[in-house]
Ligand binder design. Structure first.
Ligand code: SAH
Ligand code: SF4
Length: 375
């Protein structure tokens, strides 16, 4: 029988399990605290749980976290953590400590099916969703890394900007975010958990009603036709539809909604494009992050030159739209979206498409067999 992974159990599941095992329901909350706040995934060490229950926990559930396959420390202090899942897939997170915060960029899927033309993850296609446990495990692993490095802090900020489209894995991402925000578990502030999406409009609306998290939109162009050619999602959910959803999104941060705008040389970086962007943002409280395109093998797209970037930025700033230029941290170690996992896969000489498809078939088959198993 496939074991359920302990990190995929909700607080309610744990309470029910405890009661069925003859223990008090509140112990379920304490088990969650051990795993999240204390980062302990060895049930034999749960000192406030009886010996017999500890053994039962160890026997009945899976407790492993993804292995760290590769750790790459960047010159800018960030660290790319390439993880290998129990079914031998690669995913990644990036730990970015700075003076007043520790940000972790997490993945929500292995690959992504949104197929944005400028994105390396998009080229991989979707292999499978990560479970809520695999998302949460990234924080546990990052907190352990901080400890190992002698940094007494814990992760304070989460951005869903690693591999995958978080809103395409809605239930697992929402469940993971609830644990992040719960003050008894990771206790992160709602201003400090940011879900980044390419624009799955119905899911944005649902998210706004369910959870107080910050929202980032990967916009990249405010021209309908051009955005559809760069981001296929726009053919299904147009800019006009996206804007409607954003106008009613319950904004959590002072600066409103963050827009990511990858600056691609000669593609979306003219003053005409800036004008369209200003028009799109009218009526929204917005900040725009200008991200120089991170080149990767298989694309001719390159970053806009700094001078042109400054002009674009000034055009926005003159119209009261803050638009900092954000260089992806850890570029020297391929920290940008999906780059390390794709690179590692090439090094391993796997046949990417065939492997991805086989894994996807297995995942779909298992998903239909059981919805609560971690495997
Ligand atoms: N799928 C989600 C979150 C992951 S992508 C989304 O698209 O929002 C995280 C960010 O990296 C997005 O803003 C994405 O557009 C950006 N990105 C993708 N490829 C990039 C590249 N080659 N250079 C710079 N940023 C890139
Ligand atoms: Fe997926 Fe985001 Fe990359 Fe688009 S930019 S392919 S949505 S990960």
């Amino acid at each position: 029988m496939t074991q359920v992974h302990a990190l995929n159990m909700s607080e309610a599941d744990w309470k029910n399990w405890c009661v069925a095992a003859g223990a008090k329901a509140f112990l379920g909350t304490q088990i969650m605290e051990w795993m999240t706040r204390k980062g302990c995934l060895d049930p034999l060490q749960f000192s406030n749980v009886s010996q017999s229950l500890r053994s039962k926990l160890a026997e009945e559930f899976a407790w492993h976290v993804p292995n760290i396959d590769t750790l790459l420390e960047s010159g800018d202090g960030s660290e790319k953590i390439l993880l290998k899942t129990h079914d031998n897939l690669f995913t990644e997170c990036v730990l970015m400590p700075s003076e007043n915060r520790v940000t972790l960029c997490v993945s929500s899927q292995v690959g992504c099916r949104m197929a944005c033309t400028f994105c390396q993850t998009g080229k991989m296609g979707l292999t499978r969703d990560l479970t809520r446990g695999e998302i949460i495990a990234q924080i546990i692993i990052a907190n352990r890394r901080l400890l190992e490095k002698g940094d007494a802090r814990r992760v304070t900020n989460i951005v869903f900007m690693g591999m995958g489209e978080p809103l395409d894995n809605f239930d697992e991402v929402v469940a993971a975010c609830s644990i992040m925000l719960d003050e008894r578990f990771f206790g992160l502030s709602k201003h400090r958990v940011t879900v980044s999406t390419s624009g799955l409009v119905p899911a944005i609306e649902k998210l706004g009603q369910l959870l107080p998290v910050s929202l980032a939109i990967s916009l990249h162009s405010a021209d309908e036709e051009q955005r559809s050619s760069m981001m296929p999602v726009n053919k299904k959910h147009s800019l006009a539809e996206l804007k409607q959803a954003l106008l009613s999104y319950p904004v959590q941060t002072r600066h409103g909604i963050t827009f990511e705008y990858v600056m691609i040389n000669g593609v979306n970086d003219s003053i005409q494009h800036a004008k369209k962007l200003v028009k799109f943002l009218h009526g929204l409280k917005a900040k725009v992050n200008l991200i120089p395109m991170n080149p990767h093998p298989g694309t001719e797209m390159v970053a806009t030159d700094p001078e042109r970037m400054r002009e674009f930025q000034k055009y926005l700033a003159d119209r009261s739209i803050p638009a900092p230029v954000r260089y992806s941290r850890g570029q020297d170690v391929s920290a940008a979206c999906g780059q390390l996992a794709s690179k590692r896969r090439t090094e391993l000489n796997l046949a990417p498409r065939a492997v991805a498809l086989a894994r996807r078939r297995e995942w779909l088959a298992k998903k239909s067999e059981s919805s609560s198993s971690c495997e």
